[in-house]
Ligand binder design. Sequence first.
Ligand code: ATR
Length: 269
Amino acid sequence: TDRYCVFGHPVAHSKSPAIHAAFAEQTGEAIAYTAIEAPLDDFAGAWRRFVAEGGRGANVTVPFKEEAFRLCDTLSQRARRAGAVNTLILGGNGQTYGDTTDGVGLVRDLKRHGVSLAGARVLVLGAGGAVRGVLEPLLAEAPGSLLVANRTAEKAERLAADFDDLGEIAGGGFDAVAGPFDLVINGTSASLAGDLPPLPDGLFAKVATAYDMMYGADPTVFLRWAAERGARPVDGLGMLVEQAAESFFQWRGKRPDTAPVLARLREAL
Ligand code: ATR
């Protein structure tokens, strides 16, 4: 049995062990997947110990994604851009390879919801690590325009500059936001505090999707606000399952069917 885990702090609430247990059962892969709370001051040590005990790979969540990035011997192109890693893979040579599957997870979930990104007018709210991690896969879908808007405008401007060789991207403050958009993605952590970024009316096109990277039993403030303005609300539970499926694929070479796993998680929220 090959060992995998998710590292976080805290990590007890993580849904990843349940998701990967379901993937393993579905694909017949003999793996054990647990949650490990790494010490805040020694993530690298926690990974080394896990490897010494037979660990083959791991997911990495808050607050260790940047530290995981730094300890990798080699990185995927998209992880290098993201500056963060959510998937660690132990190579046969004992080297650690890092990838980030969050952006692919988001794009797959959007497609599952029938959102077509090519040519679309896209607004992304937030300019932290969560947003940096998804920009390359989003731009690879060739949206017509992608505006990154953030409370701290300079952070959005810097982010846009870091990615502008990949496509049509601009950054600014919330006051620079003028609709309509076909897709608005909330990548701020404002939802956690029940806050809503200050957004203008007329944000959404006639047919538009509002996507929150957060999820919960109840819709976030952002999704409620968007639904009241005619946009279709979608939360980030599907992104969670899709990024897990991509990690599983990186480790095991098999693509699990995400639909039944997502349905079960949704019921249990
Ligand atoms: P994460 O890893 O989740 O991206 P982060 O890097 O700390 O976390 O980024 C948090 C993001 O949420 C930032 O874009 C932050 O805006 P600032 O850069 O201006 O701080 C945004 N954010 C957090 N709380 C917010 C709020 N109440 N209203 C609007 N934006 C908020």
